[in-house]
Write a protein that binds this ligand. Structure first.
Ligand code: MBD
Ligand code: FE
Length: 297
């Protein structure tokens, strides 16, 4: 009962009414999971360990923490799926901002602010930074009315929902690009931090003799009707962990230079650093076209 015939019988147990995509996915999953067990000659205690590990992932998770995403991230799975989805063949005339994984700490419904306002609702230390730029389409034309959501951790490495000392939605905000496509806000210069390693994801890292650090980053979600919603992150060029991210999602094009703010800006905005960052969105139509070209190749 350990050969391919057995695997086939499990796959063939699926009924004719199984949704075609589900059938495709589950057929491959059963095949790979059986091949995996055969490949490593999985023992009963090891299988039990694995089941207990999955149970712990669930027990560790609630509406403020998704341990499954964390485990997926340290195994490189979310990053792989992101690349499979969005690393479409760039056509020569289009230039859009690359995506990066959303991670476990996005929250909907962050406060709407006016351009230039701060997402720092509460002093938590760190360096204040003025971030500004333009949202454009993939041909460089400004896009007004784009919704820009950003979120990052406090210098203690905790997102607001993980930290009982931070107020709701601290260091998260939603902005709208103006009639020229311009946006601006004040946040903190992000700091490198360890992903939560007090659960299964941490255990995995330890087993594999790996560190839990992510390079300092700011998360973005930029959307506008007619355009493919961009989920991405930017990374501080000065941070050594950009070359060694525990979740494998740094791409060259997303590494940015936070610069010391010029005196006038520093005084006017009460910031010490500044970042100029432009974002380019791809239309949904161009994305669908690129995708179908990719799958037909
Ligand atoms: C994070 O803050 C994060 O951004 C990702 C991708 C994974 C774990 C923690
Ligand atoms: Fe993050």
């Amino acid at each position: 009962m350990s050969d391919q015939k057995f695997t086939d019988s499990v796959i063939e147990a699926m009924g004719p009414g199984t949704n075609p995509r589900m059938k495709e996915v589950l057929t491959s999953l059963i095949q790979h999971i059986h091949d995996f067990a055969r490949d490593v000659n999985l023992t009963i205690p090891e299988w039990q360990m694995g089941m207990e590990f999955i149970n712990q992932i669930g027990q560790m998770s609630d509406d403020k923490r998704s341990e499954s995403i964390l485990v997926s991230d340290v195994l490189g799975l979310e990053s792989l799926v992101d690349s499979l989805t969005y690393d479409t063949l760039e056509s020569t005339d289009q230039k859009f901002t690359p995506s990066a994984i959303i991670g476990p700490f996005y929250r909907e419904g962050s406060p709407h602010y006016k351009n230039g306002e701060t997402i720092i609702q509460q002093e938590v230390g760190g360096e204040k930074c003025y971030v500004s730029g333009k949202v454009t389409d993939a041909y460089g034309d400004p896009l007004s009315g784009a919704t820009i959501e950003v979120w990052h951790t406090a210098p203690n490495g905790l997102y607001e929902q993980q930290d009982e000392n931070q107020v709701e939605y601290n260091l998260r905000g939603t902005f709208t690009s103006d009639e020229n496509g311009d946006y601006s806000f004040i946040c903190l210069k992000p700091t490198a931090y360890p992903i939560p390693y007090d659960g299964p994801a941490g255990q995995l890292l330890q087993i594999m003799e790996r560190h839990p650090y992510r390079p300092s980053h700011i998360h973005w979600m930029v959307s506008k009707p007619g355009y493919r919603t961009l989920v991405t992150q930017i990374y501080d060029a000065q941070d050594p962990y950009t070359k060694n991210d525990s979740t494998f999602c740094v791409k060259g094009d997303l590494i940015v230079d936070f610069l010391p703010a010029k005196e006038s800006l520093a005084k006017e905005k009460n910031v010490s650093c500044t970042l100029d960052y432009n974002i380019a969105l791809q239309t949904t139509e161009d994305f669908e076209k690129a995708k179908s070209k990719k799958t037909s190749n």
